[in-house]
Design a protein around this ligand. Structure first.
Ligand code: CAA
Ligand code: FAD
Length: 380
């Protein structure tokens, strides 16, 4: 077992860090205040090959492994979790789902521009009445012979207004329950497809989260992904990998807060010494460092399971459950270490604290991760 990153992995990490610190950091507070999507920054990430990192170069991607992807996600998330969620959805949900299960025609038409970062993708599973209980899909896509007729509402969709390609999960046979669900590729501009209200959020405010409405949208037959009835399995398989992305986002948020807190503890003085020389603060840093390293090992483990062809349903759920807990707990501590300065925007840690919360909710809440983990433990 090696605990060292290869030169290639270190280079990816360094490139992502450079981009985060020099391109993302200068405008991150303003984008958060204004709830402004990082359009120009995402374009640049695409040009650097970060929007289709794991996609085969023959489809416009960078042909890297999952470990490279989590290293990049960690560095980007240290600074800007609104940018990293867009990157995560595009890479590990949309591109991966299309490359793994799409037809050659679908890959040429949709995957190539997504992997090159020319277009942005969205993944649409959640509905007003189907969040954790994802098999309770109310959106329908009825087979009309030449096409499917889609009707319904999706909510909470990341990249909702910035995307142009949407993977939408819908019920095609209500009687068949989860076996009557399919996944479809919907293009922006299709008649009857409406991007609805934007959410005003506590965190990841630069990310655009929208309700989507489907009113008699005619979906071409060739836009269905996989065999008839494959949609729920598709969603679950895609989410297993997606959870590695969100786990690395949580890891990055925690690690970003730790870096800022360490620097601050070395510089801020109280009672004639730096606050880091007070054991109460030094021990907070020790706890942060230990928990973040444990989270990092779980995230790398899940990435390596995926890269080495092992089942990663359980390791990705564990990585997300633990890294998101560490992110939430230690961003609160980071604000405490900064005292009053931690409570204002200029010092970044209050944003990291607000951003941390969503990692315990999306791509399966912490309770859902425990369902996945415990079912794996208890199965034969
Ligand atoms: N791979 C393949 N198949 C799977 C699977 C997996 N990982 N997990 C479940 N399945 C299959 C099961 O085998 C079962 O099929 P069979 O009946 O043929 O055996 C079927 O799916 C239904 O599974 P369950 O009976 O386990 O379903 P459930 O109703 O008990 O729900 C759940 C299980 C894990 C709670 C699931 O509903 C779930 O993951 N919910 C959370 C949804 C979620 O994560 N949403 C995220 C939306 S995307 C997002 O959030 C993006 C973003 O923010 C950026
Ligand atoms: P509910 O399912 O109603 O859960 C409410 C509470 O009950 C939670 O604490 C939950 O853990 C708990 N609970 C529910 N069932 C159980 C159970 N069986 N056992 C124990 N506890 C349970 N979805 C997408 O499809 N695509 C996206 O791009 C996307 N982006 C998002 C971005 C943001 C900012 C947000 C807030 C959400 C996003 N989501 C997205 C939706 C997200 O995945 C859901 O919010 C999440 O899965 C939880 O669903 P819910 O909100 O309906 O909560």
């Amino acid at each position: 077992m090696k605990f060292e990153l290869s030169e290639e992995h270190l280079a990816v990490k360094a490139a992502a860090r450079d981009f985060a610190q020099n391109v993302l950091k200068p405008g991150v507070i303003e984008r958060d205040n204004e709830q402004r999507f990082p359009a120009e920054e995402i374009k640049q990430l695409g040009e650097l090959g970060f929007m289709g990192m794991m996609v085969d170069p023959k489809y416009g991607g960078s042909g890297m492994d999952t470990l490279s992807y989590v290293l990049a996600m960690e560095e980007i998330s240290k600074v800007d979790a609104s940018t990293s969620v867009c990157m995560s959805v595009n890479n590990s949900l949309v591109c991966w789902g299309l490359e793994k299960f799409g037809t050659e025609e679908q890959k040429q038409k949709y995957l190539v521009p997504l992997a090159k970062g020319e277009k942005i993708g969205a993944f649409c599973l959640s509905e007003p009445e189907a969040g954790s209980d994802a098999t309770s899909q109310r959106t329908t896509a009825i087979d009309k012979g030449d096409y499917y007729l889609m009707n319904g509402t999706k909510n909470w969709i990341t990249n909702g207004s910035s995307a142009s390609i949407y993977l939408v999960i819908a019920q095609t046979d209500v009687e068949a329950g989860h076996k009557g669900i399919n996944a479809f590729i919907i293009e922006r501009g299709m008649d009857g497809f409406i991007v609805g209200a934007k959410e005003d959020k506590m965190g990841i405010r630069g990310s655009d989260t929208h309700t989507l409405l489907f009113n008699d949208v005619k979906v071409p037959k060739e836009n269905r992904i996989g065999e008839d009835g494959f949609g729920f399995t598709f969603a679950m398989k895609v989410l297993s990998g997606g959870r590695i992305g969100i786990a690395s986002q949580a890891l990055g948020i925690a690690a970003g807060a730790f870096e800022l807190s360490t620097a601050y503890a070395k510089e801020r003085k109280a009672f004639g010494k730096t606050i880091g020389q007070h054991q109460a603060i030094a021990f907070k840093l020790a706890d942060m460092a230990t928990d973040i390293e444990a989270a990092r090992l779980l995230v790398y483990r899940a990435a390596l399971d995926k890269d080495n062809g092992r089942n990663y349903d359980q390791s990705s759920a564990m990585a997300k459950l633990y890294a998101s807990k560490v992110a939430m707990e230690h961003t609160v501590e980071a604000v405490q270490i900064h005292g009053g300065y931690g409570f204002v925007k200029e010092y970044h840690v209050e944003r990291l604290m607000r951003d941390a919360k969503i990692t315990q909710i999306y791509e399966g809440t912490s309770e859902v991760q425990k369902i996945v983990i415990s079912r794996n433990i208890l199965k034969d």
